[in-house]
Design a protein around this ligand. Sequence first.
Ligand code: HEM
Length: 354
Amino acid sequence: MATSSSSVSLLLISSLLLASLNEAKPSGPIVSGLSWTFYQKSCPNLESIVRKQLQKVFKKDIGQAAGLLRLHFHDCFVQGCDGSVLLEGSAAGPGEQQSIPNLTLRKQAFEIINDLRARVHKKCGRVVSCSDIVVLAARDSVVLSGGPDYDVPLGRRDGLGFATVNATLANLPPPFGNTTVILNSFGSKNLNAKETVALSGGHTIGISHCPAFTSRLYPTQDPTMDKTFAQNLKKACPTANSNNTTVLDIRSPNVFDNKYYVDLMNRQGLFTSDQDLYTDKRTRGIVTSFAVDQKLFFDEFAKAMIKMSQLSVLTGNQGEVRANCSVRNANNENFLASVVEEAVEEPGVWAGFM
Ligand code: HEM
């Protein structure tokens, strides 16, 4: 059937309208020092450099999108979104990267961030921080996997040190934590139940290694897990400590959509921290609302990501703009840096996993 030009333009207008509706518009106050137009003069092509390069990277391996999204979460929950997770351990001792939850961050995620940094600095000079590049890479990972597009405020500065192994453990929630543990963890970052459930939807893409969930299979099977799902997981992970991996969202593992919530409603969530969101009556209704309405999920996810991306950020003259995302500038210039001293925090809820 031939399509008339007027119906083509109607289609165009309505899809443009839809696209603009899909984009979470900047709303509400942002942290002082950040701005929606921070690099407009100093690096006007920043966002297109990052997106174009990531398009190429994901064309080869879409799994890298999941790695970058998780990297952003782990950066922000430990010492704020300051790029501290990117810093390699120093002579002074191990740091964030050596902490259990960070051992499964993808090596390539760090390489991709450093490569983006090199491309951006080549065009604009050393004006864009590594922490901002992590935020943009996470946003583009969501968009390029099929999720919502949204603007992010920029202007973060990079931290001068990383958190200790124990502080890292204390700030990242464990996969075997129930909803109380997860709500407490996110609550301590001022994120409410709706934001917590929305952000957990990040598990609509990517993979996990067996030890993060095999306590639900061995020695006894978690009764809240679908039986066939459990049988298949046992095949993927023949022993509790197997180093194999499996997908987080069995329905559409590489697509950013709301199927993660459909999984939970079918008792096919991989981690206790996922599945319990549907078991617990405080969060069950939120899970259902996202499972039946992808647009609602996308809107809430984008808003919660913008909020998470502003946790304890450094701005203005604080911190620095790193020349190499893996080391602070002083180290680059052969100064000996010391690990940031923090009150020693206990591993807490992770204790049983060590
Ligand atoms: C609710 C608390 C959370 C817990 C307990 C948790 C835990 C985990 C664990 C254990 C893995 C598997 C790591 C592995 O074994 O390779 C994982 C993967 C992942 N997480 Fe989370 N996570 C949480 C929240 C989040 C949030 C808020 C996001 C982002 C918005 C996120 C994004 C991801 C992604 C994308 C992956 C896949 C990574 C990959 O494929 O490399 N997670 N998470």
